[in-house]
Design a protein around this ligand. Sequence first.
Ligand SMILES: [Zn+2]
Length: 136
Amino acid sequence: MVPLILASKTIAELRAAARKTPSIEICGLITRTPQNKDRIFPAENVHPEPTRAFELCPRAQIDVFKYTRHSGARLLAVYHSHPYGLAVPSSADRAGLGYPKVHTLIIAPNQPVPYMIRAWRLTSDGFIETPLQSSD
Ligand SMILES: [Zn+2]
């Protein structure tokens, strides 16, 4: 499977954001330009139970839509954190909160580095892991 390559700076930013807000799941979107420049759009988690699930604020999705339309960038990934769990899709994630055409990135700030951020893709067979690589 083709790995997802993320700049180490992007990975570090996601990790720091998840660590900064350990009581709720953080969430947001990542876009990528044709020149492989990524941009993180943090979103407010508007889920009624943000300690155990996430729902992207619609405002952030509109901002990303406008940005991609004008810049030629595409939506690459939707990310969220699991403050206390593993970086694997939870039952809430599997219950239909996935985004089928983009990567789902899960950040588990309490896990050791190789397991702290993992990438998933929602397919008709459920979530399948995509190898994640960092670049400088
Ligand atoms: Zn989750």
